[in-house]
Design a protein around this ligand. Structure first.
Ligand SMILES: Nc1ncnc2c1ncn2[C@@H]1O[C@H](COP(=O)(O)OP(=O)(O)OP(=O)(O)O)[C@@H](O)[C@H]1O
Length: 241
């Protein structure tokens, strides 16, 4: 049976400083899918993600969450309705502990403390609950952000460069968490320049070029696509055979 659409964006257009950054982008993410959104720096990946999660409303186009049109909804309202977001820049509260970070986010989005111990255990931070977020390693911080973003069992999880600044073991561990989340039915969207790690987790990938979707393919076909090789991976890319 075909998987249901969790998130559907149609004709998304974003302008910045008089420039068109996103050109009528259509993106659909299905339940249980890990969709890679890849492309060179400046292609518009973060801009697309910000429009999908409600951090920045688009200048044209629509965003649907399941059956609902959420185009005009702000970030907090989409979060409450099941959109988790790991932004590109670090977003933990540095002076608060792991536990306090989890509680603070749960209160803002859901109005209650939630279960920080369970959330921390799910991402292997149960021994770090009383450590300040500013003292965590890069990989631990990303897992805290993952725990926070998956509070409330989101239908959609948008991850902007989750593998940046973490070592291969940390990336593999985070990749497993993303895959497990998708197996649970969440639609995961993932942008990252760690192409090998990203494609090993993805079930499909799109190439964004100059603010438009240029390719959509399964990971193996994606790696071999002439536009992907020519415009993104280049001829020198020793980690992708
Ligand atoms: N606030 C802004 N004002 C003007 N231009 C902006 C603004 N934010 C982003 N841009 C431009 O929009 C384009 C897309 O940026 P975006 O950050 O979405 O790209 P990206 O694909 O995520 O890049 P990277 O892989 O480097 O993170 C770039 O040309 C960038 O300079």
């Amino acid at each position: 049976m075909a998987k249901r659409e969790a998130l559907e964006a149609k004709g998304l257009r974003v302008l910045r400083g008089g420039k068109v950054i996103l050109r009528d982008v259509d993106v659909t993410a299905h339940e249980g899918e890990v969709l890679g959104v890849l492309g060179p720096s400046g292609a518009g990946k973060s801009t697309l993600f910000r429009a999908l999660v409600g951090e920045r409303l688009p200048d044209a186009g629509t965003v649907r969450l399941g059956e609902r049109d959420v185009t005009q909804w702000p970030l907090w309202k989409r979060a409450r309705e099941g959109v988790g977001y790991i932004p590109q820049s670090p977003s933990v509260l540095w002076d608060l502990t792991v536990r306090e970070n989890l509680v603070a986010f749960h209160r803002i989005v859901h109005g209650t403390d939630g279960k920080p111990e369970e959330r921390a255990e799910a991402v292997g931070l149960d021994q770090r609950l009383d450590v300040r977020a500013g003292e965590l390693s890069g990989g631990e911080r990303r897992r805290l952000e993952f725990a926070r973003a998956t509070t409330g069992d989101p239908r959609v999880l948008v991850c902007d460069e989750p593998f940046s600044g973490i070592d291969p073991v940390g990336a593999a561990r985070l990749g497993e968490l993303l895959r497990a989340r998708a197996a649970h039915g969440t639609a995961v969207l993932l942008a990252d320049h760690h192409v090998e790690e990203a494609l090993s987790v993805c079930t499909r990938a799109i190439l964004l070029l100059d603010g438009a979707v240029a390719v959509s393919a399964a990971p193996d076909a994606f790696k071999e696509h002439p536009l992907v090789r020519g415009r993104y991976l280049g001829t020198f890319h020793p980690r992708v055979a």
